[in-house]
Design a protein around this ligand. Structure first.
Ligand code: MRU
Length: 343
């Protein structure tokens, strides 16, 4: 597997180092966290973000919490570990990867009697989750690259690169892989209001990787599709239901409807840790509602009348009928998804 680009999260013995994505692109600042509560806050405050990276951070957060529990008695230790897991689980509700990772951590603690051995099993499992996600995003990028042709302009939304995945990237991983294959690809990136992951992070990552990127406001996507300037749309996902309905950054549904209207293929790329087979459809996906200040302010500067009513859903659900194919590390599943997409 090729080297990944900037790593958003690393395990350093008894600490976690994260790149503070809330400060990009002004500063490339790293934080070293020793307390699981700081990992929980980092997830809530979008210092570490993107569904697969949130899952990896969740695993490391549980491991950090476990290391700090001062109890040699197994039942007492497990009770305290439950509090750690519940705190991490309460950070953000939409990305399935977080709950998938916590579930894996819970299983890793099962069947071991000695508390010190449970602690080392939890650290090992968190490191394994990270390695597997890195591998999964690399493999899915390889599969997805087959869908992109030499000379294509690809529209992306939000940020689904190495920083969002703690690996190779999903939507951006596919683009990076296609470029490594020698294809000439241009990227059009939406700025992604309200907190501008496209402008701040995607443009930064692509510039650093030497990929031609053009930034547009979210509402310009239809203009470019109508003019035939977009060959395909690729987005990541926060949760994919069994029928293929996909929750992703707010505005994804709008792009999918526009893509169908303009006969532009619309691809979703995600590791299988994002698939929630327990959900029959996207209607059941919990959608995170975030604070009004993200809408009324841009980077701390007010842009709206004080006290104005605000709604700020962070994600929307794209029904599967708008999705041309879903790409995971297991391969490409093309629509119609029939019996479902598995996971
Ligand atoms: O709120 P964020 O920045 O965590 O939202 C991220 C997205 O919506 C990404 O598109 C998604 O997590 C896929 S990441 C490969």
């Amino acid at each position: 597997m090729k080297a990944i680009y900037t790593s958003p999260i690393d395990w350093l013995e008894n600490r976690v180092r994260i790149l503070d994505q809330s400060r990009l692109p002004d500063e490339e600042a790293y934080l070293e966290l020793e307390d699981y509560l700081d990992v929980a806050s980092a997830i809530t405050e979008l210092k570490i973000r993107g569904a697969p990276a949130i899952g990896v951070a969740g695993g490391y957060g549980v491991a950090l919490g476990a290391l700090k529990i001062e109890s040699a008695q197994k039942n007492d230790f497990l009770k305290k570990l439950d509090v750690v897991m519940a705190t991490i689980a309460a950070t953000r509700p939409t990305a399935h990867n977080l709950f998938w990772a916590i579930q894996r951590m819970r299983k890793a603690a099962e069947g071991i009697d000695d508390v010190d051995r449970i602690k080392s099993a939890l650290v090992d499992e968190a490191v394994k989750i990270h390695a597997q996600e890195r591998e999964a995003t690399y493999t899915l990028s390889q599969f997805g690259a087959e869908l992109i042709r030499d000379g294509d302009t690809v529209l992306v939304h939000c940020n689904a690169g190495p920083l969002a995945t703690a690996g190779y990237g999903t939507a951006l991983g596919i683009i990076l892989f296609a470029i490594e294959q020698g294809k000439k690809i241009k990227v059009m990136a939406t700025e992604t209001r309200p907190v501008l992951q496209g402008a701040r992070i995607t443009a930064w990552e692509l510039k650093k990787a030497g990929v031609p990127v053009t930034l547009i406001v979210d509402s310009a996507a239809g203009y470019f599709m109508q003019r035939g300037e977009i060959n395909c749309v690729i987005v990541g996902a926060d949760r994919v239901a069994a029928n293929g309905d996909t929750a992703n950054k707010i505005g994804t549904y709008t792009l999918a409807v526009l893509a169908k209207e303009n006969k532009v293929p619309f691809y979703v790329a995600a590791p299988t840790s994002t698939i929630d087979p327990a959900l029959a459809s996207g209607k059941q996906v919990p959608i995170e509602q975030r604070k009004p200040e993200e809408v009324t302010h841009i980077r701390g500067v007010p842009i709206a009348l004080e006290g104005v009513a605000v709604q700020n859903p962070a994600f929307d659900v794209t029904p599967h009928r708008y999705i041309t194919a879903i790409i995971t590390e297991k391969g490409i599943t093309k629509a119609p998804f029939g019996e479902g997409i598995g996971g």
